[in-house]
Design a protein around this ligand. Structure first.
Ligand SMILES: Nc1ncnc2c1ncn2[C@@H]1O[C@H](COP(=O)(O)OP(=O)(O)OP(=O)(O)O)[C@@H](O)[C@H]1O
Ligand SMILES: [Mg+2]
Length: 225
């Protein structure tokens, strides 16, 4: 079997007391595009800087084609800078592997064969888009945009957690998001509870399972702030 183009083993990097990258493992095979996704401060740039040889790891190893990373072998890895929306020459990736980080989930879904999700330095999930979505189960995320004081929000969160079929309640950009296997049918109960708690629901978004839902589920954060 061919050695992976890139193999990262138990990579660790600390900054003072903080462990920015905490025993991260992944491999990328020839021709594969791998997306490293994570919220702000998750450790993406720190990981890539170590792979690029720009930053010394505190522990762990980076191997390219089965050999410890050396300057001459760097050309086998395509490092695509974060936040670049267009990748002009996809044909160039043939025969090499691409490690890609982005804040754009659509790009990740479109370009990456596999993704790793990193949060607080830890790789919390990895796989193809379909594997990750399947691992989440058949769950739907219902996000409520609300206006509410902190106490009302806390009380409403407890109400939401108590609704039958709710498997999780997460912070979402302007309110709370409910993860459920019941589909959108719980919206009525959630809105009724909100009225009683003086939580003003200004919008509801229903998200069927996709990579964004996986990400929100695992990290509690939207990929873009
Ligand atoms: N040179 C440094 N000195 C101290 N702390 C650092 C340094 N570089 C990164 N960090 C910290 O390490 C953590 C990971 O940072 P990193 O830049 O790798 O995250 P990121 O996933 O690239 O985030 P973003 O999506 O915002 O680019 C953060 O908490 C950051 O503040
Ligand atoms: Mg970064």
């Amino acid at each position: 079997m061919d050695a992976p183009v890139l193999e990262v083993k138990d990579l660790v990097r600390r900054f003072g007391d903080q462990t920015a990258v905490d025993r991260v493992n992944f491999r990328i095979d020839a021709g594969e595009t791998y997306g490293l996704l994570g919220p702000n401060g998750a450790g993406k740039t720190t990981t890539i800087s170590m792979i690029a040889g720009l930053l010394q790891p505190d522990a762990g190893s980076v191997a390219v084609l089965g050999q410890p990373l050396t300057t001459s072998r760097k050309s086998h890895i395509g490092l695509v800078p974060q936040d670049i929306a267009l990748y002009p020459d996809l044909s160039a990736r043939e025969g090499m592997a691409v490690l890609y980080t982005t804040h754009y989930m659509e790009e990740a879904e479109r370009l990456c064969d596999r993704v790793g999700i990193i949060d607080a330095g830890v790789l919390v999930a990895e796989g193809t888009r379909d594997e990750l979505v399947r691992a989440l189960g058949e769950k739907t995320t219902v996000s409520f945009r609300v206006n509410a004081g902190p106490e009302a929000l806390t009380a409403w969160r407890a109400d939401l957690e108590a609704i039958t079929g709710v498997t999780g309640v997460l912070d979402s950009p302007d309110g709370l998001a409910v993860v459920t296997a019941e589909g959108p049918s719980l919206i009525a109960a959630a809105v009724q509870a909100a009225e009683q708690r003086r939580v003003d629901v200004v919008g509801v978004d229903v998200t069927e399972p996709d990579l964004e839902a996986v990400f929100l589920h695992l990290t509690g954060k939207a990929l873009r702030d």
